[in-house]
Design a protein. Sequence first.
Length: 206
Amino acid sequence: MPNARVLQYSTFAVAVAAVVFTLFYPTAHLPVRSFTLQDCVPFFTELTAIALFVERALEVLLTPWREKDAQEKELQHTMAKRRLELELRAAPGTPAAPAAATVPNPSDVVTTKQALVEYRSQTQQIAFLISLATGIVISLLGVRALQFFFDDASLAALPPRQHHLFQALDVVLTGALISGGADALHQVVTVFTDFANATSDKIKGN
């Protein structure tokens, strides 16, 4: 699988780059700050609201652009299925078949379905790329998710290159989170609450 091979090579390249970076520019330890569930939920709820805003904005922008062609392709697929149904009813061997009846050909149904699926897939890819770019820009403006887990003083004390690398990674990861949509961020909040509740139950059990 070419995609899997590219992913393997990319992961290896990132690992090698990290080792080389550490050899030439030693990094300092960055301790995670103490936080509670009450701190996490409001923060990620705000991120969820931002992601929901981006989702709705993209829907408003993409619908006039892509929906008309999608409906046309869906109509073509529906008509192809209808024609196939009529051909099946008039196929040789059926009571209503005329003398010159031909064998039904489902190729039009398959072709129109493939065209509809490909078009919708392209729309999803366009939406993802736009939302990712929008999320990265929002993160550049100061909305950061990874930074939430660390103290500002600890980040400021990092070597300059490590601090810049941290900020760059934070921008990309936050942009990816926002582009994942409100549902993905809601799942993150759910993971935090479930983990906190399970930990609390274990402590009470002991």
